[in-house]
Every structure is written in structure tokens, then in C-alpha cells.
Design a protein around this ligand. Structure first.
Ligand SMILES: C[S@@+](CC[C@H](N)C(=O)[O-])C[C@H]1O[C@@H](n2cnc3c(N)ncnc32)[C@H](O)[C@@H]1O
Length: 440
């Protein structure tokens, strides 16, 4: 077991004691990414844990919550250490977390309970601390996105090119997490320290590689054997591709993508799966209904489904990445509703889809939606990606309206819905349903 340096031990202790002045002075020479060798907790974990039982409400008695002493002309001066030490724990932590993050603390490191600092804040209902951790995650993920590094599959960029990119981003954003950006494609820090991955895939698909679970690639999935039942589709590693409990999400999606009056709409759907959403789209009697599906077994199933012979239905057998460039080039159709729900693809593919294709194929007053399963096996990853995708959509000229859909996760526990499924790709009580349209 690693023995920690004296400075590292002091840092952990100061975080646990919420000792802001000490932390500030140690951080001048000590990385904040030290972990307790037994619990793997970082200073972020410890500072949040130290607030257990604290109310998130701010004091209403007018007590100072500042760490600076006002000067006679009303401007603030250097922090007053006595004031800082006497602050309520939660207010101290609200200052400590940004301090650690600005010094390069990793927002998503896992302790031995498989919890990130944000997971602890969420569990302890420390809303203000949770929000700080979500925002830190959003900054880090947006930065990775600008480096094309959302996913372990890695880009073609050389390390030098990545570093150049980093410097450019750094020039425009002073509060980015500087430790995260030293991460290489494999999630290893320059000093050899491993960082955890909360890889946001639309639907989590994992396979065993030795002792470890690693994400299934799209290529592997598309050449794998599927188990197709009435209530679910599993891949050959028993990952849930699609499950019938999602029917109510699909149904609400269709109603929101096609608000009345929508007569004979033109529809594009990516990913047939169990055909749930396509059947629901059919009830709106579309004048044109394009379906793109890439898995050979699902294509076969689709070919024998009544929908395949319905007038107006056009089936494209292939990957959307191959089909859509041709459809856009032909320039003969645009759609009132576009839906995207694939499997074993990471966030970079969803982003590619809306930045390249939705803007070319959506009618000016049309609606775009997607299965919002990014990071859905962990609340903080889900909340981070909800913000990241909204920002990226806005950059692509699309505004998003979110609709809350209750998901009865508890009811699905145990021998219920997930029986025989390798891993729950959904573990939350609330689904955020996105409806996007062009800004303006
Ligand atoms: C989760 S299912 C879709 C479920 C569907 N929304 C429903 O209501 O039943 C995902 C589907 O996307 C398909 N798919 C995965 N990658 C694809 C790609 N690159 N292009 C087209 N289809 C893809 C999968 O084979 C699968 O049928």
C-alpha cells in the first residue's frame, strides 16, 4: 500500500476538517488528487462528507458568509482567517470545493464505495455542493469534447496536437480543470495516476476483457448475435439493447415531437429496436416515414414486420453514418420529426448526428428528440450530460425543452424487469425527455 507524503496527509486532514486556510497553503505545492489509501477518498470526497447532516439552507440571520473582510471603501481585501474558520461547515465546503477544483482536482474520481464526490453530495442531499460538482463535470466534459476525447475509442490526434488544443482552450477559459486536461486517451494522468471513466454512452453496453468490463464498440455490437424476446432485446454479452419498460418514454416522446395539429407528418427514426416508437409514429399516419437500422437481425425482423409494407415507409438497411450523407446529398426530403436512439454509440456520435444531419434534415418548425440515456446509471453523470448536450445543441442552433418523466426504477428491482440483463443501463427515478427545435 502506498504511503502518503506528509503534505498529502495534511491535505486530506485539512479537507476533512474543512480547514480552508491550511488547504489554501498546502495546495501551493501539493496536488489535490491525493487519495486515502484505504478508502480512495480525495479531499473533495472528504470535504463533502464533513458536511453530513448539514442543512443546505443559508443562514437567514444576516451572519457573514464571506471569507473576505470588507475595507472602508467597500471593496474586499485578503481572506480573514478567523472569519473563515468560524464559518458554518457547509459554507466552508462551498469555498473549498471550487478551490480544489481550480487547483486541478478531478471531479469524478471514485472511492471504494464506487462514489464520486458528487454522488456523496447527492446522497447526503447537499444540494449546493452537488451543484458545484455538476458544474465542474460540465466544464471538464465540454473541454474533453473540444478535444474530441469523450470516449475511450480515442481520436487520431497526436498528443502534441492535443496539447496545442488545450492551450487554445485555456486562453479562453480561466476556470478549467487543469489536471483533467493532462489526461491521455487511456485515462492516465501524466504522472501515471489512473483516472476513472464515467464514459457517457447512450445505452451502456459492456463486455468482459479479462477481469474488467469494457465498453462494447459499435462495430462489435453490429456483428454480434442478438437475443430477441417479446419484452427485450439483449446483445451477446446480455446487455439490454431495448426493453419494453421504455414504452411510456417512447409514447410521450412521440406526443411531444408531434404536437397537434400534426397531419401526415414526415418522420425520420434512427434505430428500429423493438419497433416501439415506429409503431407509435405510425398512429399519426405519416406521409413519409424513414427508418434507418444497421443490425442484420433487426433488419430481418423489420423486413417481416407489417410496418415494412405500409405505404410511405422507407427502410434504409445500414448505419446512419453511411445512409445519411446520401440522403442529405439527394436533398429531396426534410422531416417534421427526427428521433435518434441507437446502441453502443458514445456521445460523440449523437453530437455528430445533430450538428451534421439534424440541421440539414429538420423542417424549420420541426422537432428533434433522442433517447436521453447518457450516463443514466449514475445521477451525477446524467445531470452533467444533460447540461453538456444542451450546450452543444445550442451551439448547433437548437434549443431544448426538457420534460420530466417518472420512471419507477424501484419497481424494476430484483427479479423484475432486469432479470437476465447484465447491467442496469437505467438506475434513476426521473427521465429527462428532450424536445429540440431551431432557435427563434
Ligand atoms: C435502443 S434500440 C432502438 C429502440 C427503438 N427506439 C424502439 O422504440 O424500439 C437501438 C437500435 O439502434 C440500432 N443501431 C445501433 N447502431 C446503429 C447505427 N449506427 N445505425 C443505425 N442503427 C443502429 C440497433 O441495432 C437497435 O436496433
Amino acid at each position: 500500500m502506498d504511503t502518503l507524503s506528509e503534505a498529502a496527509q495534511l491535505l486530506l486532514l485539512a479537507a476533512q476538517d474543512l480547514n480552508l486556510p491550511t488547504l489554501r497553503s498546502i495546495l501551493k505545492s501539493q496536488s489535490p488528487n491525493v487519495q486515502d489509501p484505504t478508502t480512495l477518498q480525495t479531499p473533495l470526497h472528504l470535504a463533502i462528507l464533513a458536511c453530513k447532516g448539514q442543512s443546505t439552507n443559508r443562514p437567514t440571520n444576516g451572519a457573514s458568509n464571506g471569507t473576505t473582510s470588507p475595507t472602508s471603501n467597500g471593496t474586499s481585501s485578503i481572506p480573514n482567517i478567523t472569519d473563515e474558520l468560524s464559518l458554518p461547515p457547509l459554507l466552508k465546503a462551498e469555498k473549498i470545493l471550487p478551490l480544489l477544483l481550480q487547483n486541478g482536482a478531478i471531479w469524478n474520481s471514485l472511492d471504494t464505495n464506487n462514489e464520486t464526490p458528487g454522488c456523496i453530495a447527492n446522497r447526503l442531499k447537499l444540494t449546493s455542493l452537488y451543484d458545484i460538482m455538476v458544474d465542474a463535470g460540465v466544464r471538464a466534459e465540454l473541454l474533453f469534447g473540444s478535444l474530441g476525447d469523450y470516449m475511450t475509442l480515442g481520436g487520431d490526434d497526436s498528443e502534441e496536437e492535443e496539447e496545442d488544443d488545450v492551450e487554445e482552450v485555456m486562453d479562453t477559459d480561466e476556470v478549467v480543470d487543469t489536471t483533467d486536461i493532462q489526461k491521455d486517451d487511456k485515462g492516465v494522468l501524466e504522472d501515471g495516476e489512473e483516472v476513472p471513466e464515467l464514459v457517457p454512452t447512450e445505452r451502456t453496453a459492456l463486455e468482459k476483457a479479462g477481469e474488467e468490463d469494457i465498453p462494447v464498440t459499435s462495430e462489435e455490437y453490429l456483428s454480434s448475435n442478438l437475443e430477441i424476446d417479446d419484452d427485450k432485446i439483449l446483445d451477446q454479452d446480455k446487455n439490454g439493447v431495448m426493453m419494453s419498460w421504455e414504452t411510456s418514454i417512447m409514447s410521450q416522446t412521440v406526443s411531444l415531437l408531434l404536437p397537434p395539429p400534426s397531419t401526415n407528418p414526415k418522420i425520420l427514426n434512427i434505430g428500429f429496436g423493438m419497433g416501439i416508437i415506429d409503431s407509435l409514429f405510425q398512429s399519426h399516419q405519416p406521409s413519409s416515414h424513414h427508418i434507418i437500422e444497421a443490425h442484420p437481425q433487426i433488419i430481418q425482423k423489420l423486413a417481416s414486420h407489417p410496418i415494412s409494407t405500409t405505404p410511405g415507409v422507407v427502410i434504409h438497411a445500414g448505419r446512419w453514418q453511411d445512409v445519411l450523407p446520401k440522403l442529405v446529398d439527394e436533398g429531396t426530403i426534410t422531416f417534421d420529426a427526427i428521433y435518434f436512439d441507437t446502441f453502443a454509440e458514445d456521445y460523440s456520435q449523437l453530437k455528430l448526428f445533430f450538428t451534421e444531419y439534424v440541421i440539414s434534415l429538420l423542417e424549420p418548425n420541426g422537432h428533434f428528440g433522442f433517447f436521453n440515456g447518457l450516463g443514466a446509471d449514475r445521477q451525477i453523470a446524467y445531470d452533467v450530460y444533460k447540461k453538456v448536450v444542451e450546450i452543444d445543441l445550442l451551439e448547433a442552433g437548437l434549443e431544448t425543452e426538457w420534460h420530466e418523466v417518472a420512471v419507477d426504477s424501484k419497481k424494476m428491482e430484483g427479479e423484475g424487469e432486469w432479470k437476465g440483463v447484465r447491467r442496469k443501463y437505467w438506475d434513476l427515478e426521473k427521465y429527462w425527455l428532450p424536445v429540440c427545435k431551431f432557435i427563434g
